[in-house]
Design a protein around this ligand. Structure first.
Ligand code: IPE
Ligand code: IPE
Ligand code: MG
Length: 255
């Protein structure tokens, strides 16, 4: 089996249904978009779309495990999403609370390791405590590395890294001449997580909306017309098949 780059890729089990060449992305990152439009199309309140979106999260985690993807990152809430109406923000944080209380034990049973990236300090203290507990209680799991981006914005993440680097340089613990891409990357919240091989976005929008701007430098991008609550294993498998057909060059050309 030919797999994508990275140590994580080498641990990937044989894929169940990846289509042609069997080249499985080690790390799939997903911009889960379209909950509101899904609800509007059914004359339902937006929160119904977010609830249905949570079901799609469950299906996607299972699809990742079944298809040999070992790193999955889900964009659940952006730093800009705080600007939505208070009622929607409350619905979303309420769903997050519910998800953490009711789903983490099952994820742990499935061998999922949970990580969270983003400015978690903006959540209520009880949610922060649940996030910490979920990460701690699943830290020994290795079957699927699931990262959930919450209150996440790539620019804020990069600025925060720059701020810490500047402070370290000023205090003399870091030599600016020694700063390279690996050292900079290690200052990001994704330290220890391989770069995504495939970034996919549902809902038909074709933009990154401030997601993993540094980490996705050489990711393959895929925009799907399906709304997130309708996302199912067949879409995931089709995305893996598309990935397998892409030629990744990383700027080089055959000599
Ligand atoms: C994605 O669905 C979920 C979040 C961003 C929290 P949206 O709520 O953005 O749904 P649309 O884009 O309005 O359809
Ligand atoms: C991106 O979706 C953020 C998440 C999916 C969590 P948005 O719906 O917030 O993005 P824009 O506003 O369409 O760019
Ligand atoms: Mg949206």
């Amino acid at each position: 089996m030919v797999v994508a780059r990275g140590a994580a890729a080498r641990q990937a089990p044989e894929p169940a249904a990846t289509g042609d060449a069997g080249r499985v992305p080690a790390h799939v990152a997903i911009i889960m978009d379209g909950n509101g439009r899904w609800a509007a199309a059914r004359d339902l309140p937006r929160v119904a779309g977010h609830r249905a979106g949570a079901q799609a999260v469950r299906r996607t985690i299972e699809a990742a495990i079944r298809n040999g993807v070992t790193w999955l990152t889900l964009y659940a809430f952006s730093s800009e999403n705080w600007r939505r109406p208070v009622s929607e923000v409350l619905d979303l944080t309420g769903l997050l609370r519910h998800y953490l209380r009711n789903e983490v034990a099952e994820l742990a049973r499935q061998g999922v390791r949970l990580r969270f990236i983003g400015d978690l300090s903006r959540f209520d203290p009880d949610v922060q405590a649940d996030l910490r507990a979920a990460a701690r209680d699943t830290a020994a799991n290795t079957r699927l590395n699931l990262t959930i981006a919450l209150s996440y914005g790539a620019r804020a993440e990069i600025v925060e890294a720059a701020r810490r680097i500047a402070a370290a340089a000023r205090s003399g613990t870091l030599d600016p001449a020694g700063l390279d891409e690996a050292a900079f990357g290690a200052m990001l919240t994704t330290d220890g997580i391989p770069d995504p091989d495939l970034v996919l976005r549902t809902s038909g929008e074709q933009r990154l909306s401030n997601f993993l701007l540094w980490q996705a430098a050489y990711a393959e991008l895929l925009f799907l017309d399906v709304l997130w609550p309708d996302f199912a294993e067949q879409h995931f498998v089709a995305a893996l098949e598309q990935f397998a057909r892409r030629e990744r060059r990383f700027g080089a050309r055959p000599g």
